[in-house]
Design a protein around this ligand. Structure first.
Ligand SMILES: [Fe+2]
Ligand SMILES: [Fe+2]
Length: 360
């Protein structure tokens, strides 16, 4: 049998939906694994986002996913989603989505549940709540609230001022990669209140003891109050014992069910404090980060680009991109961070390295 030419061989190979592994190597080589970014990393400045978010409150938006609900006139979700150019649908990073949600006094967003898990980081206002499985979790700025996967949840505002929070979900991972997303509305639209405020906090034991053997869930609707996180940040700053060269004071929100991180099986959350004038060293890791500046101002270098930021701004650190952070002189900077490290750790896929010249 005469030897076929490579060209005709590939033609027949491709016709049956196969490819030579060697053909993939140049494609793999194009993947961003070199530590630098061609263009500045995506970021969203609060001075751009905030006015649009407020404006969205005055515009009639039919955001209903299911027109049989909303009997009480609620808005399904008034949520503006960050989607960089070229990103997969609804994705801020390859695995995480991020948006900002706005709810006015008296409004309710009807209940639903879905496979993607969510976190809420509260930005401004108080009096609103997320009800998860019938337990109302009332929001204050700086609080973090978990909505584990497949839990019924709705939002409402019992207060007298609008409330804004950041939503973070693992939906790109669950929907775009795993195709494992189910979504359904709550029959009748709204959850009955079935647990008192503080119910889950009591269940997990707000400290060193808890009822024996009663918790089966891997994740619960936990509220991490800013009023407890902030004093710990300050304590850590004053003690100076845990000032990390790459991240400053770096607190992880731990899962109180397991007693360790991450916050949710698919999402890790942290609160970082960069002392005034602090400049971190440079590193990279295979986890991606979404940063939201909670207080202060400063700058980061991400993939060779300098990004100036101030309170309210949101910026991304993609996987395996060199980066470092700095706080301006005169004021500490506090950054809320969510990452997909929770997805990498169980499979030993987390890599991290310091830059050879870690100040570059
Ligand atoms: Fe939801
Ligand atoms: Fe980092």
């Amino acid at each position: 049998m005469a030897t076929a030419t490579l060209e005709s061989f590939l033609e027949r190979l491709h016709a049956i939906n196969m490819i030579g592994l060697w053909e993939l190597y140049p494609i793999y080589a194009q993947l961003p694994r070199h530590g630098r970014l061609e263009s500045p990393p995506p970021m969203w400045r609060w001075r751009d986002v905030h006015p649009l978010l407020l404006e969205s409150g005055d515009i009639a938006i039919d955001s209903r996913r299911d027109s049989t609900i909303n009997a009480r006139g609620g808005v399904e979700r008034r949520n503006l989603v960050m989607m960089p150019q070229g990103a997969p649908v609804g994705a801020a990073t390859v695995t995480m989505s991020c948006g900002v949600q706005y709810i006015k006094p008296g409004e309710t967003a009807p209940a639903h549940r879905h496979d993607p898990a969510a976190i809420r980081f509260i930005i401004e206002g108080s009096g609103a709540y997320t009800s998860v499985e019938g337990e109302k979790l009332y929001m204050e700025p700086g609080d973090l609230i978990l909505t584990p996967r497949w839990t019924w949840h709705e939002h409402g505002n019992d207060g007298h001022e609008p409330v804004i929070w950041m939503d973070g979900l693992d939906s790109p991972f669950v929907m775009n990669y795993l195709h494992a997303d189910f979504w359904e509305p709550y029959p009748g639209g709204y959850l009955p209140v079935s647990h008192p405020v503080g119910y889950t906090r009591r269940r997990v034991g707000a400290g060193l003891v808890r009822p024996v053997g009663k918790i089966r869930e891997r994740a619960l609707p936990i509220l991490y109050p800013w009023s407890e996180v902030y004093p710990e940040l300050l304590h850590q700053k004053e003690s100076g014992e845990n000032l990390d060269a790459f991240d400053g004071i770096n607190l992880e929100y731990v899962n109180p069910v397991t007693g360790a991180g991450p916050t949710l099986p698919t999402l890790s959350c942290r609160m970082q404090l960069l002392p005034a004038g602090f400049e971190s060293q440079c590193h990279r890791h295979t986890s991606s980060f979404i940063y939201r500046v909670f207080r202060g101002r400063g700058w980061s270098e991400v993939g060779g680009h300098r990004v100036e930021w101030e309170a309210g701004d949101c910026f991304l650190v993609p996987s395996w991109i060199w980066h470092r952070h700095a706080a301006s002189a005169g004021e500490d900077a506090i950054l809320f961070a969510m990452s997909d490290q929770a997805l990498l750790d169980p499979f030993d896929l987390y890599h991290e390295e310091a830059a050879p010249d870690s100040a570059s």
